[in-house]
Design a protein around this ligand. Structure first.
Ligand SMILES: Nc1nc2c(ncn2[C@@H]2O[C@H](COP(=O)(O)OP(=O)(O)OP(=O)(O)O)[C@@H](O)[C@H]2O)c(=O)[nH]1
Ligand SMILES: [Mg+2]
Length: 300
């Protein structure tokens, strides 16, 4: 699964991924995350420790790609890749910035897109709205490309600890730039999306919800693909079994070709292999759904 974060300079991307990793590394409801590279793990944990004391990371100067794995009950179940862009890439043109071109390609290939928008800036500065519209147009362009699977699009409203949502019209002002995109996602059968307020720092809010939502949909996509491959193998095996005759076995052996019976065996074997990949995902997917239902019920 490919998860891509995008958002303007200082929107809070690097802060979020560090806090998210540290929270998930500690574990939640039997799930935890591990980074494949020890240096990524150490950097996330050190950054998160600082953020909890109010010391935030430096602006990113390059695109970073992290290989992570979701674990359940201490076992690796679902590897995924997480991409952090430097905010500056959003203002550059695809024709003269390799990073802007890379961002566009990554968005088209993403299974989940996390859009970061600084809620405090949206509530207090009109530049925040222009920036949000630019992110929206990047994502809209990527969603126009035909896809084979589904995509999750979440808007993370960052720095909510700095915003007083009780003040009149603040909520509308913060969410307005995303309304049209979220309506389009609602009517798109291949996309799911929504807005999630988050805060990182001494009083964190909704740190694990975005990542677990993405991983749930990724996991369910994988389950659907595996089920469909297994069904195809079983259907082909039954079809071939209907054509298996003694004559076909003799002739195939005589000319050194695969008989219908050999093919049936190979298809059952392939179906069994896919089934062995599918089974370890089912229990975690059910657990994750139960957790998310509860978390979203509590948040609404
Ligand atoms: N109060 C508050 N400040 C935050 C929060 N998250 C991030 N910040 C502030 O926002 C600044 C930028 O955060 P980063 O995570 O570096 O932003 P980024 O999106 O990675 O920025 P670039 O790397 O420049 O693209 C931090 O230095 C903090 O000052 C938050 O939840 N609450
Ligand atoms: Mg950064």
């Amino acid at each position: 699964m490919n998860i891509v974060m995008l958002g303007h300079n200082a929107a809070g991307k690097t802060t979020y991924v560090s806090m998210m990793y540290a929270r998930m590394w500690e574990g939640i409801e039997g799930f935890d995350l591990r980074a494949s590279a020890a240096k990524d793990h150490d950097a996330f944990i050190a950054a998160a420790r600082g953020i909890r004391w109010g010391r935030y990371p430096q602006p990113s100067d390059h695109r970073a790609v992290f290989d992570l794995v979701l674990r359940h009950g201490g076992r690796d179940i679902y590897p995924f890749t997480w991409r952090d862009y430097r905010g500056g890439a959003l203002n550059e043109h695809v024709s003269d910035s390799p990073q802007a071109a890379e961002l566009h390609e990554d968005l088209k290939a993403a299974d989940a897109i996390l859009m970061f928008a600084d809620a405090h800036r949206l509530a207090t500065d009109s530049r925040g709205h222009r920036e949000a519209r630019r992110i929206v147009s990047h994502v809209q362009r990527a969603l126009e490309v035909p896809r084979t699977g589904s995509v999750v699009v979440l808007v993370l409203l960052t720095k909510c600890d700095l915003v007083d949502f009780g003040r009149p019209s603040v909520g509308d002002s913060v969410t307005a730039p995303f309304g049209e995109l979220l309506n389009a996602i609602d009517s798109d059968e291949q996309a799911v999306g929504g807005l999630i307020p988050v805060a990182c720092g001494p009083r964190p809010l909704n740190i694990e919800l975005p990542v677990l939502l993405c991983l749930y949909y990724g996991l369910m996509n994988r389950v659907t693909v595996l089920q469909s491959v297994i069904n195809d193998h079983i259907r082909d095996a039954r079809d071939r079994a209907g054509r298996d005759t003694l004559l076909n076995r003799w002739i195939s052996r005589a000319v050194g070709e695969e008989s219908h019976a050999d093919r049936v065996n190979a298809l059952w074997h392939a179906a069994k292999q896919e089934y062995d990949r599918l089974v370890p995902l089912l229990d975690p997917a059910r657990h994750l759904k139960r957790y998310l239902d509860r978390a979203m019920g509590a948040a609404s």
